[in-house]
Design a protein around this ligand. Structure first.
Ligand code: NAP
Ligand code: ZN
Ligand code: ZN
Length: 349
């Protein structure tokens, strides 16, 4: 099996460091990709710290991957060497359960195979993510990078983008809808751009007064600073859709009170226990408290095509892989505008 370079955490909370890993020999339905860029998601930080108590070490994170096809298996029909492609959070699923058949591979009844910290469905080997030279995936989970989408900035669409696009589309964000986005980070800033591009009226809810001007520059129509009790009280019952990207457990009641009559508050950030809520905050207004995780493959392609057509791209800071630990630390302090992207050619430095 080919040995390639990557960056891995050797144990919970360890700094990421250079490592070698194995990529499998091509199966007939596989696509081999040389990785050019990989976005840095807050989930990469959660996973390498074992915040979800399920990490297998060494852990090579990264699921916002853009690269070039270098080889394809004999049965591959959709891709050929030289093409630019993208790989997101999933590299496999059963593809035959009712959920997969509906294009919702992320909810596969047999559990989908995540791009990292998953188990290969045939061999049981640990999957390794995009902080590496190359990746191999079955062709159904490889996406076309549309022309006109800057490869250096497209990566974050594969997780931050689809994670917010999927609920925005499901709950019909568009003209006449008031959408609120809680947490202006990687996911949040994509949610703002996408909801604006869909024609919705968009408000950012932030803990950071320093981000108010940025939120408006990103296209938001209004900004609420969540510590401003008066402003929060005035915004009661206002939003048809509220997407909550906050990465830690928190009281959702203040956000539910901002949700409109028959509106939906959708949690995409915290995967955690929440403080108890009083059901009155749901009953009084027939409100929905929902959750959503990434998106399906066809839906992700739809997002890439939409972003190419509308010129929607994340705001990125490109870094060398050697700066990844500092980037994790800065992301935790919300000191990034608004997504780090690793230039994977720096692996050779
Ligand atoms: P991020 O770039 O760090 O952004 C998170 C934002 O949340 C911060 O910029 C900050 O915005 C706000 N925030 C941070 N700590 C907070 C706190 N203690 N209380 C209130 N607000 C806080 O992270 P991300 O990459 O967008 O990811 C966000 C979360 O989504 C992570 O937990 C990640 O694991 C999860 N995620 C879920 C999915 C899914 O499929 N559901 C996919 C990807 C990521 P302000 O400064 O504006 O307050
Ligand atoms: Zn992610
Ligand atoms: Zn399935």
């Amino acid at each position: 099996m080919p040995q390639v370079l990557g960056y891995a955490a050797s144990e919970a909370g360890a700094l990421l460091a250079p490592a070698t890993l194995l990529r499998r020999e091509l199966r007939s339905n596989d696509v081999a990709v040389r990785i050019n860029y990989c976005g840095v998601c807050h989930s990469d930080l959660h996973q390498t710290r074992n915040d979800w108590h399920n990490t297998v070490f060494p852990c090579v994170p990264g699921h916002e991957i853009v690269g070039e096809v270098t080889d394809v298996g004999s049965a591959v029909t959709k891709f050929k060497p030289g093409e630019l492609v993208a790989i997101g959070c999933l590299v496999d699923s059963c593809l035959k359960c009712p959920r997969c058949e509906k294009g919702m591979e992320q909810f596969c009844e047999e559990y989908p195979t995540p791009t990292y910290n998953g188990r290969d469905r045939l061999t049981g080997e640990l999957t390794n993510g995009g902080y590496s030279e190359t990746i191999v995936s079955r062709e159904e989970f490889v996406l076309r990078l549309p022309e006109g989408l800057d490869p250096e900035r497209a990566g974050p669409l594969l997780c931050a983008g689809i994670t917010t696009w999927s609920p925005l589309r499901h709950w019909n964000a568009g003209p006449g809808k008031r959408v609120a986005i809680a947490g202006l980070g990687g996911l949040g800033h994509m949610a703002v751009k996408l909801a604006v591009a869909l024609g919705a009226n968009v408000t950012v809810i932030t803990t950071s007064p320093a981000k108010v001007a940025d939120a408006i520059a990103l296209g938001a129509h209004e900004v609420l600073v969540s510590t401003d009790a008066d402003a929060m009280a005035k915004a009661k019952n206002r939003f048809d859709i509220l997407i909550d990207t906050i990465p830690v457990s928190h009281d959702v009641t203040p956000y539910l009170s901002l949700t409109a009559l028959e509106g939906a508050m959708v949690i995409v950030g915290a995967i955690d226990m929440l403080p108890a809520i009083h059901t009155g905050s749901l009953l009084m207004g027939r409100k929905t408290l929902a959750g959503s995780i990434i998106g399906g493959i066809a839906e992700t392609q739809e997002l890439l095509d939409f972003c190419a057509a509308k010129g929607v791209l994340p705001d990125c800071e490109t870094i060398a892989i050697q700066d990844i630990n500092q980037a994790f630390e800065r992301m935790e302090r919300s000191d990034v505008k608004y997504r780090f992207v690793i230039d994977m050619s720096t692996l050779a430095d």
